[in-house]
Structures are given as structure tokens and as C-alpha cells.
Design a protein around this ligand. Structure first.
Ligand code: G
Ligand code: G
Ligand code: MN
Ligand code: NA
Length: 254
């Protein structure tokens, strides 16, 4: 099937939805924010995972309007929670390299913050290592600018890319998200386990917020707690939720 053809129509026809996965502070046990994750409910193709359409969207550059839609919706969601007094939660949004290298990217982010009225400190952009390294010179100044605005910058899937620690030091990031492959190995492989602990140490030493992704079991939770991670995300807490479900979860934790 020609995914691109249907993808082209999907925004107009409102076939995308965002799900929000809670992130919990290990210090307080409270939800501190949500990662926004796109879902495509295509009348032709059914429910399509971003794993299968984000690449198509990037190759066709449709990720630019789709990503803008994601950012707008995500910021509106967070601002809505703030305005309704539900809580001052952060929203983390995945950003593709195709978006980030665009000349208009920074202006677009500023415009959406402006339009929604969301305080920039509650927005986090999730970027992967490979994005930054492929386009280092273009991307770094943009990230620096946004960081100065107060926007948080997370390095996503950390540990799976090919960046060196010297690169890490040059990146204007605020948050390190340890890839879930490291967490998966916690009960099994001693080596990976030590790696996860080493990553936390590096992140903390650099003054970054360290997030463990893909925490599914009590044992993994105990491990990342002991390793002094700041925040966890994963099925143990909750899968990504529809907006009403996310709000219900917040209320149930009060
Ligand atoms: O939620 P799920 O496991 O299905 O996501 C699969 C992949 O799709 C993840 O790598 C995630 O980062 C990516 N993804 C989810 N939502 C978005 C989005 O809004 N924009 C981009 N660029 N990637 C996304
Ligand atoms: O690449 P990125 O980290 O943005 O991808 C996040 C993806 O991880 C989302 O698609 C989300 O659905 C998925 N995810 C979230 N929590 C868990 C978990 O505990 N286990 C697994 N296997 N996947 C998870
Ligand atoms: Mn992510
Ligand atoms: Na990740």
C-alpha cells in the first residue's frame, strides 16, 4: 500500500491522535510530566504505529506539518492541565531531524508557545543522538537558543547511538533518557546493568535530569532507584494514555 498517499490526507481528516505517557519522579513518587506519542488511526490501514509511518513521513517531509500538529496539540494539552488547575506538568515531544534542520523550526516553536500561552519551561523537546551528530553545526545553535528560552532538551534513546562522551559535553541538553534496552537487561545481564548505572552517574555528574525509559517491573524500578535515576517512564507506571485517561490517572493519584 502507498502509505504516503494516505498520510498526506491524515492531518486534514483528523486521523491522528496523541497519547500521553506519564513520567514519575523517583524522589516524590508524583507524576512530573508526560511524553506525547502520536498514533494514526487510518480508515484504510487501521491503527498504524509510528514505527511504520514516521520514516515515511520523514522521507516525504510530511513530518514537518505532522510534527507541527503534534507540537501544537501537546502544548495545548499541557496548558489545559495548567489552566484547569489539574497540575503544572511538563510535556515532552519527539522531534525529527527533518523538522529540526528546517530554517523555520525555532520560529515555529516560539509561535506555538506564544499561541498556546505555555510557559517554555514546561516544554521538553526529545532529540536523538544521531540527529544532533548528523547535523551538528545546524542543530546546536538552535538547541542553545531554545534552551535559553527555558525549553528543556532531552537526549532520547541514549546509549543506542554512536556519539562519544565528548559530544555529549558539547550538547546543550537538560535531560538524558536512558534507552529501554539498558533497562530491559537489568535482571539478566550484569554488563548492561553496570552500563545503566554508569550512564546515570555520567548524567548526574553533568547536571542533567536522568530518565529511565521502559521500566516494566518492580525489580527494574528498584534497580533504577538505587542507581539514583531522577525520573522513570514505562509500563510499570502506565502505558501511553488518551487525554481523559491521563487526567483520570492524575486525579487517582491525589
Ligand atoms: O509509542 P511508540 O512505541 O509506538 O513509538 C514508536 C516510535 O515513534 C518512538 O521511537 C517514538 O519516539 C516515535 N514517535 C512517537 N510519536 C512521535 C512524534 O510525534 N514525532 C516523532 N518524530 N516521532 C514519534
Ligand atoms: O523512541 P522513544 O523513546 O520516543 O519511544 C518511546 C516508545 O516506547 C513509545 O512507543 C512507547 O509506547 C514505548 N514504551 C513506553 N514504555 C514502555 C515500556 O515499559 N516497555 C516497552 N517495551 N515499551 C515502552
Ligand atoms: Mn521519546
Ligand atoms: Na527513547
Amino acid at each position: 500500500v502507498n502509505v504516503e498517499k494516505y498520510l498526506r490526507e491524515a492531518i486534514k481528516k483528523e486521523e491522528f491522535v496523541l497519547h500521553y505517557q506519564p513520567q514519575v519522579s523517583l524522589k516524590t513518587g508524583k507524576i512530573v510530566g508526560f511524553e506525547s506519542l502520536i498514533r494514526w488511526n487510518s480508515p484504510v490501514l487501521g491503527l498504524v504505529s509510528p514505527l511504520s509511518f514516521v520514516k515515511v513521513a520523514e522521507d516525504s517531509r510530511l513530518i514537518v506539518p505532522i510534527g507541527e500538529w503534534v507540537l501544537l496539540r501537546s502544548c495545548s494539552f499541557a496548558k489545559g492541565l495548567h489552566d484547569q488547575g489539574i497540575g503544572d506538568y511538563k510535556i515532552s515531544v519527539n522531534i525529527s531531524v527533518v523538522q529540526l534542520v528546517q530554517d523555520e523550526f525555532v520560529d515555529m516553536v516560539i509561535r506555538i508557545l506564544d499561541e498556546t500561552g505555555l510557559n517554555p519551561i514546561y516544554l521538553e523537546l526529545e532529540i536523538t543522538e544521531s540527529i544532533i551528530i548528523e547535523s551538528f553545526d545546524i542543530v546546536i545553535p538552535k538547541l542553545e537558543f531554545m534552551k535559553r528560552l527555558g525549553v528543556q532538551i532531552a537526549l532520547d534513546d541514549f546509549g543506542t547511538g554512536y556519539s562519544s562522551l565528548s559530544y555529549l559535553q558539547q550538547m546543550p541538553i537538560t535531560t538524558l533518557k536512558i534507552d529501554r534496552t539498558f533497562i530491559e537487561q537489568v535482571p539478566i545481564e550484569e554488563d548492561k546493568r553496570s552500563l545503566a548505572r554508569a550512564i546515570v552517574l555520567i548524567g548526574r555528574r553533568m547536571g542533567l535530569v536522568v530518565v529511565a525509559e521502559g521500566v516494566e517491573t518492580r525489580r527494574q524500578l528498584d534497580y533504577v532507584k538505587q542507581a539514583k535515576c531522577d525520573v522513570i517512564q514505562g509500563y510499570l507506571i502506565s502505558k501511553p494514555l488518551k487525554d481523559e485517561e491521563a487526567i483520570d490517572l492524575i486525579h487517582s493519584q491525589r
